[in-house]
Design a protein around this ligand. Sequence first.
Ligand code: T5A
Length: 214
Amino acid sequence: MERTRGGVFIALEGVEGAGKSTQVRLLEEWLRGRGLDPVVTREPGGTAVGEEARRILLESEHVTAETELLLMLAARSALVTEVIRPALESGRVVVTDRFDLSTMAYQAYGRGLPAAEVEAMNRFATGGLTPDVTVLLDVDPEVGSRRRGGAGRDRIERAGVAFHGRVAGAYRLLAEGQDRIARVDGSDGPAAVHERVLALLSARFPETFPGGAG
Ligand code: T5A
């Protein structure tokens, strides 16, 4: 299902500790500084159903790969219907911390669920809505893990080095040759990465991001 052309839909993606939440916050500040009123959200979460699903997904020990996928998609379906689609239709910029690429990286490649089915189920959950651009913050999983330091680790974060290695490899693979996925070097400090993100967005959406970081 195509949406009525309106706002710009931006997703930030990457491994744990890649700096997504930091870049989402910097982007929001930048947009507000230009008088815009972006909708900022995260996945899983962002709605009553989504936050409940997040709690089960990250805290319950008894979640199979299939249940994990279904809960992620239930949360996404609610978020698209209740938050993202209405915001885009009213012309607002939507910035989300994770979206569909996470599901491909974590549930298909990380957990080993069949990619074609995961893709089809995601399409059902979103009604075919995809981000206008997905910014992949590219950092090695070890760097992300170091950045997170001793922060409390949830069930998915505890899934092990091999799992997170597959996720990181999947992100790079999935981004190859895809215009809708822009890989940005996320290994420098937050301000340098923010400038890279803005330069990219400015090139793609000059009306919303005139002049990039300047
Ligand atoms: N998931 C999600 C799936 O399995 N499938 C799905 O479909 C979806 C949508 C979500 C979990 O759910 C999984 C993936 C996840 O495991 P979460 O708590 O939202 O859980 O986890 P993350 O999104 O990974 O959040 P993190 O906080 O771990 O990582 P971020 O947001 O990438 O990193 P951020 O910005 O919080 O930064 C982490 C630390 O590094 C510093 C920050 O100050 C912070 O201390 N930092 C930097 N340091 C140096 N240089 C930079 N450029 C830095 N940027 C940030």
